[in-house]
Design a protein around this ligand. Structure first.
Ligand SMILES: C[S@@+](CC[C@H](N)C(=O)[O-])C[C@H]1O[C@@H](n2cnc3c(N)ncnc32)[C@H](O)[C@@H]1O
Length: 281
């Protein structure tokens, strides 16, 4: 699957730490996706674009000791970080490989393939969904979790500094991504992938001014700074105190802080000559 969209967030050590912070905020949503889609103990799972391995480790907890998880990522740095984490945490049934989604070759089909925050980075999200389905057995599950990119902050009362940061982050992302709206177009992309209509839900992380959402936002800006500067957008002054100032503005206004909407969609592939998915209990 050729993919000529540059991966704009990079894989610096700071970005890898940002992925883990992001995961701690959205992990309950991915967990709901996996459970509602039908993940069961004993299943074999493929995590596409695994980054630092948060979805892989979550899936490993859910499939238990008789299940297995493979995480793949095109980035050597991400795979190394994921391997180190899994080893340090004692996850024996999780393996990681450096591979492009469309080129990965595994001898055995998976019960479930999932990709989180990968569709927006593809030249064609439907190609990514098709690549995921190609790794899944008949009757198995293909699931994606994606965030909404773009639009105005939903935080109220408004926090002007937050709006400024979101504008910079959005401008940087949309200057490179071809499908920043992939999360809002899962029905279309699953259809184009030939998989029919996905089951969907949407959740939005929300918090008071002390929410980790602000650390997530500021760290995202940090990872995107080279692109923010490249496209000539203003960089907020005094980056070191940005998070603190955001919180102070939000606290003064008693704001309810909203993260971007999170879209989750999944399908079960047609079973060959049998009903539904066999559970691996
Ligand atoms: C935003 S990160 C998300 C990481 C992880 N899924 C998570 O939610 O924490 C996206 C990751 O997908 C990887 N990626 C993007 N497109 C890919 C592709 N076509 N094949 C393999 N990895 C890909 C990137 O290298 C990056 O590490």
């Amino acid at each position: 699957m050729p993919n000529d969209v540059p991966y704009i967030l990079g894989h610096s050590q700071a970005e890898l730490r940002r992925l883990m912070l992001q995961a701690s905020i959205i992990q309950p949503i991915t967990r709901r996706l996996l459970l509602e889609a039908g993940l069961k103990p004993g299943m074999r799972v493929l995590d596409i674009g695994c980054g630092t391995g948060d979805v892989s480790l979550l899936a490993a907890d859910l499939v238990g000791p008789r299940g297995a998880v493979v995480g793949i990522d095109r980035s050597a740095e991400a795979v190394a970080a994921a391997r180190d984490r899994a080893a340090a945490l004692g996850y024996g049934r999780v393996t990681f490989h450096q591979a492009e989604a469309g080129a990965y070759d595994d001898p055995a089909p998976f019960d479930l393939a999932i990709g989180r925050y990968v569709l927006i980075h593809q030249a064609d999200p439907a190609e990514m969904i098709r690549a995921a389905a190609a790794h899944v057995r008949p009757g198995g599950i293909v699931a994606f979790h994606e965030l909404a990119v773009g639009g105005k902050s939903q935080t109220l009362p408004l926090v002007p500094l937050e709006g400024e940061i979101w504008d910079g982050v959005t401008a940087a992302l949309t200057s490179v991504l071809r499908h920043p709206d992939a999360g809002r177009r899962m029905v279309e992309h699953f259809h184009r992938a030939g998989l029919g209509q996905p089951t969907l839900f949407c959740e939005t992380p929300v918090g008071a001014p002390d929410t980790p959402i602000y650390a997530w936002l500021v760290q995202t800006l940090h990872s995107l700074l080279p692109q923010v500067e490249r496209i000539g957008r203003p960089v907020p002054a005094d980056l070191d105190t940005l998070e603190e100032r955001l919180r102070a503005e939000a606290a003064a206004a008693h704001s309810q802080v909203m993260a971007p909407a999170q879209f989750c969609g999944w399908v079960r592939l047609p079973a060959e000559g049998r009903e539904g998915v066999s559970d691996c209990e």
